[in-house]
Design a protein around this ligand. Structure first.
Ligand code: GLU
Length: 503
């Protein structure tokens, strides 16, 4: 059997959308499941839509996601180059071939002329298509004489090369996810294969490269489904065996209707790109899952389940586990709805299984956080205490800010509830008691009990006043844990401070 080779073929026209990430992931999972290769090919023939930095962005995003290509512009490979702009000679060779077999023709119509015709059609309420009917009346090598064509070529008049769509043929197409369907060629137009600047279009370069790079399976977004007929015919015209195709459904808005867009993200406060991206022209910055604090493993797990359900409805799977059971036949035909809550749930699930020291490293790499006041030992204790409640790494810090900054104000309501005339006495006593306590790990709970008992104070009351003194309000983890992390000196200082400030 032919080796399975799958490619992800993005165009560097901007940052990768969530849908693009999922395509790359399914490409990768399928290839790995089949013991095949995963290839990254950059489709940059459309110079007008080229965006500076987009290619680097794509590579960095894939790397962050852990989807590492076997072959790519960066990794090289047997079929290099992997950037279409560097493969012009290959396309030129095949274009010459398709012209000789008369499956394509030269079209000399200028954009202005075509606009004119388009307007005429519109005035009649029709939509213009360059197709098997209109081509008979336009300026191309099918209607012009050989001499006229020769003349135009000698005068270096620019021309496009168009595919000559066969007339009234029923094409039987097949898609792994969607099954069989057919299309009549009369509904298809004569697509441009090479533009008048000599650059091949997506359709031609894509088919040539899939053939040249021995791609066995084309897995891509459903927006390419309408091109499948043309691609079948291009393979046929070139006499090449075609790959198998699978078109993935859209990722839908949270409410379920319509394609998920960047605007939805802005509106509901979630990113739609893996990494943040600064548009080089407008300077606008788009949010990224990485910068929002998502762990790449959680992000990948979430993306994988947008359109695929693993066996036994399992939800938590790492890349290798996903690859082991990924099956294109099980990819959903219907669109998958994105859910911010689900994305956060995945992150929480992954975060709580991480080791404390790994989280410490991640926390230290989180920007805008100043951890310097705490030792690593203290930070590790805070992490152990807080990670179960955190969705994102930074929550560990924001939810435990009171460890880093002593309270300067005290919640009024809580003061009313917790403080009375006897509080000062018992807290002063407690400070003296604390000064002699051992603070050895795990002993403070007992110490607190002993103190409350000897002084005849209720535990609940004591805890409340301590919480107020240490945190500034009635929230946070258990008091013995707070005391232990803050240490003797800081704990006593905070209690004294509260005594000076609360009356
Ligand atoms: N360059 C196309 C894109 O931007 C690739 C489509 C395909 O995979 O055939 O999505």
């Amino acid at each position: 059997m032919k080796k399975v080779r799958v490619r992800f073929a993005p165009s560097p026209t901007g940052p990768l959308h969530l849908g693009g990430v999922r395509t790359a992931l399914y490409d990768y999972l399928f290839a790995k499941n089949q013991g095949g290769d995963f290839v990254l090919r950059i489709e940059d023939t459309d110079t007008a839509r080229y965006v500076e930095g987009a290619e680097d962005y794509i590579m960095e995003a894939l790397e962050w996601c852990g989807i590492i290509p076997d072959e790519s512009p960066k990794h090289g490979g047997k079929f290099a180059p992997y950037r279409q702009s560097e493969r012009r000679e290959i396309y030129d060779k095949y274009i010459a071939e398709i012209l000789t077999t008369e499956h394509a023709y030269l079209a000399f119509d200028t954009p202005e002329e075509l606009d004119e015709v388009r307007k005429e059609f519109e005035q009649r309420g029709d939509v213009f298509a360059y197709n098997y009917i209109t081509r008979e009346k336009l300026k191309n090598s099918l209607t012009l004489s050989k001499e006229e064509v020769q003349n135009l070529l000698e005068q270096k008049v620019p021309y496009a090369i168009r595919f000559r769509m066969p007339i009234d043929r029923t094409l039987n197409l097949e898609d792994i996810i969607r099954g069989k369907f057919s299309v009549n060629t009369n509904t298809l137009d004569d697509k441009v294969l090479v533009k008048n600047d000599g650059m091949p279009t997506y359709h031609f370069a894509n088919v040539v490269d899939d053939h040249e790079m021995e791609i066995s399976h084309v897995i891509r977004g459903e927006e390419w489904l309408p091109s499948l007929g043309l691609h079948y015919l291009l393979y046929e015209a070139m006499g090449w065996e075609k790959p198998q195709f699978a078109h993935l459904s859209l990722i839908l808005k949270p409410e379920g209707k319509g394609k998920l867009s960047k605007r939805d993200g802005d509106k509901f406060g979630f990113p739609v790109f893996p990494l943040s991206f600064k548009d080089p022209e407008t300077g606008n910055i788009s949010k990224g899952f990485r910068e929002e604090g998502y762990l790449p493993e959680a992000f990948m797990n979430m993306v994988a389940l947008l359109g695929w359900t693993p066996a036994e409805d399992r939800e938590i799977l790492n890349l290798d586990e996903m690859a082991a059971e990924f099956d294109l036949q099980k990819v959903h035909k219907a669109g998958a709805r994105f859910s911010k809550e689900k994305a956060e749930w995945f992150n929480h699930e992954y975060l709580k299984t991480k080791g404390d020291s790994e989280i410490l490293t991640l926390l230290k790499n989180t920007v805008d956080i100043d951890l310097k006041k705490m030792s690593d030992a203290q930070l590790l204790k805070i992490i152990a205490l807080m990670k179960e409640r955190a969705t994102f790494i930074k929550d560990i810090y924001t939810e435990s800010k009171f460890f880093f900054e002593a309270p300067t104000t005290y919640n009024e309501k809580a003061v009313k509830k917790a403080w009375n005339e006897s509080t000062a006495n018992s807290l002063n006593d407690f400070c003296d008691y604390l000064a002699n306590a051992s603070f050895a790990e795990g002993t403070l709970k007992q110490e607190l009990h002993d103190f409350a008992e000897t002084k005849g104070i209720g535990m609940g009351k004591l805890m409340m006043t301590l919480r107020l003194s240490l945190v500034g309000e009635l929230k946070g983890p258990e008091i013995p844990d707070i005391l232990e992390i803050l240490g003797k000196e800081e704990s006593i200082a905070r209690i004294k401070n509260a005594l000076n400030n609360i009356h």
